[in-house]
Design a protein around this ligand. Structure first.
Ligand code: IMP
Ligand code: MG
Length: 175
C-alpha cells in the first residue's frame, strides 16, 4: 500500500530494480555450494523474500530474531536474541539479510555470534545503510542504497510496528 501523507525516499520501482541487481550479483558470487539467507526478523523479511526470488540459483532460508530498538526511534543499545536459527550453519555459505544498518550494533553483535558457529563464509546484504550513524564497524558486502540520517519506514521498516507494508521507503522524520 501507499500512504499519501508520507514523503517517498525510495520508490517501490527503484527498490525492485536494485534487488534484481543484487540478486544477480550474489548469484554470480556464489556459483556453487550451498547458500543460506539468514533473514533478521522482522524488518528484513520483505527484502529477503524479494531478494531470494531475484536469485539465479537455489538458496535456502532461515530466520533470526534480534531486538534492539523497542518501540521508539532510538536504540536501547542492548541486543537480545529473540529467535535462533533452526539449522546449523557449520561449513555453509551464509548471507545475513538485514533491512537497514544504522549504528551497526546489531550486525556487529550478530557477526560475532554467527562466526563462532564456523560457517564457510559469511557476508551481509542490507537494503539500506546510514553510514553517518555508525558506532560499530560493519562491512556490508551487498548494499541496496545509502541514505542520509533520516528515520525511514516502509518495505519492512516500522515505527512502533506500523508502516511495514508500505511499498515504498518513506521518511517519518516530521513526526
Ligand atoms: P543498528 O543496530 O543501530 O544498526 O540498528 C539496526 C536496526 O534498527 C534495524 O534492523 C532496524 O530495525 C532499526 N532501524 C534503524 N534505523 C531505522 C529507521 O530509519 N527506520 C526503522 N528502523 C530503523
Ligand atoms: Mg531490524
Amino acid at each position: 500500500m501507499t500512504d499519501p501523507k508520507l514523503p517517498v525516499l525510495i520508490s517501490a520501482e527503484k527498490i525492485q530494480a536494485r534487488i534484481r541487481e543484487l540478486g544477480a550479483q550474489i548469484s554470480a558470487d556464489y556459483p556453487q555450494g550451498d547458500l543460506y539467507f539468514i533473514c533478521i526478523l522482522k524488518g528484513a523479511c520483505f527484502f529477503m523474500t524479494d531478494l531470494a526470488r531475484a536469485m539465479k540459483r537455489d538458496v535456502s532460508v532461515d530466520f533470526m530474531g534480534i531486538s534492539t530498538y523497542g518501540k521508539g526511534k532510538t536504540s536501547s543499545g542492548e541486543v537480545r536474541l529473540t529467535k535462533d536459527l533452526d539449522i546449523s550453519i557449520e561449513g555453509s555459505n551464509v548471507v545475513i539479510v538485514e533491512d537497514i544498518v544504522d549504528s551497526g550494533v546489531t550486525l556487529n553483535y550478530l557477526m560475532h555470534v554467527l562466526d563462532q558457529r564456523k560457517p564457510h563464509s559469511i557476508r551481509i546484504a542490507a537494503l539500506l545503510d546510514k553510514p553517518e550513524r555508525r558506532l560499530r564497524p560493519v562491512h556490508v558486502h551487498y548494499s541496496g542504497f545509502q541514505i542520509p540520517d533520516r528515520f525511514v519506514v516502509g518495505y519492512g521498516l516500522d515505527y512502533a510496528e506500523k508502516y511495514r507494508n508500505l511499498d515504498d521507503v518513506c521518511v517519518l522524520d516530521a513526526e
